[in-house]
Design a protein around this ligand. Sequence first.
Ligand code: CA
Length: 226
Amino acid sequence: MRLLLVEDEPNAARVIAKGLREHAYAVDVAADGEAAVMQVGTNDYDAIVLDVMLPRMDGLAVCRTLRGAGCEIPILMLTARDAIEARIEGLDAGADDYLVKPFDFGELLARLRALGRRRQPLAPERLVAGSLVLDTRAHRAWMEGREVVLTAKEYALVEYLARRAGEVVSRADIAEHVWDEHYDPLSNVVDVYVQRLRRKLDRPGAESLIRTRRGEGYQLWIEQAP
Ligand code: CA
């Protein structure tokens, strides 16, 4: 999941982004409302965490602008304590949910998972793709019943491929959803991570779970139903 975090307060932005990255999210940060609208126009985000109080263009205006332009990305609004009106306005402006500052980080993660489920109603907490099982809440992975310990980034990559199991997924798509704006399109980091996953997931000598489709990308292989 790739997120846009819109927060003008540098300390808060850094702490929230760091926490989210530790939980396998790719996070871009925008420091004002106009920057946020521009970034949404150029990148394909899976969700937006949007502070209400922002310079240049506040969170409500950002929300209205995006919805007015037909953008359907789930938006979680961050509002100040006691600002009940702001919360109602936020939902009216097209936000999907809100969280009152200061919030518990675990609650932020839970709300984001809920937004992900709403967008993708078939994504359960337990994701099964052939002999691979993922716990999307605890970020744990099992291959043929044995647990495989993955880093946050490895997990994010395999979850993205598993959600699209059977499909050929391009490197550009993977980079867009698993990496953030610091991704260098000339780097081979996607291939490096696929290799790492193969070393962890595949049995020696067996055909890889993640197939290379030359010139197209990667495919998490599942046996087709008969
Ligand atoms: Ca703010």
